[in-house]
Design a protein around this ligand. Structure first.
Ligand SMILES: [Zn+2]
Length: 125
């Protein structure tokens, strides 16, 4: 799920607040803490997947809806108009909440891809 910037900041605040609180927490708060981590990148707080000590994978960032377009545009132009599957395979290693549906939606707005792909062209109508 991709949230807007305001909701994103709210989640960061909640996660930080919950992590520092020492009193007992309701179950749904535990679930949220397990789902998110917060790190600071160049002074900006970002939501990430919790870092699992034994895992050697890259940090995955949750994105909010103001970031998605930029990320998709960059990934899409750098790879020379890749299709949904390849974009999704690349992006999911960095951004856990960029779904195939979001990419599909982005591609349906890319004129170059729409011209090449009649299925997208239909979806655009
Ligand atoms: Zn394209």
């Amino acid at each position: 799920m991709i949230v807007d910037e305001k909701r994103y900041d709210d989640i960061i605040r909640e996660v930080l607040e919950m992590k520092t609180r020492t009193t007992s927490k309701p179950c749904h708060e535990y679930r949220r803490i397990r789902r998110y981590g917060v790190i600071s990148v160049d002074g900006v707080q970002e939501l990430i997947e919790p870092i699992n000590g034994s895992q050697k994978t890259e940090t995955r960032f949750f994105v909010h809806n103001q970031q998605v377009f930029e990320i998709l545009a960059k990934a899409h132009s750098e790879t020379g108009h890749e299709g949904v599957h390849r974009m999704h395979n690349n992006l999911k290693t960095h951004y856990p909440n960029i779904t195939r549906e979001v990419i599909q939606l982005y591609l349906s707005c890319c004129n170059t891809c729409v011209e090449k792909n009649p299925i997208l062209k239909e979806a655009q109508l």
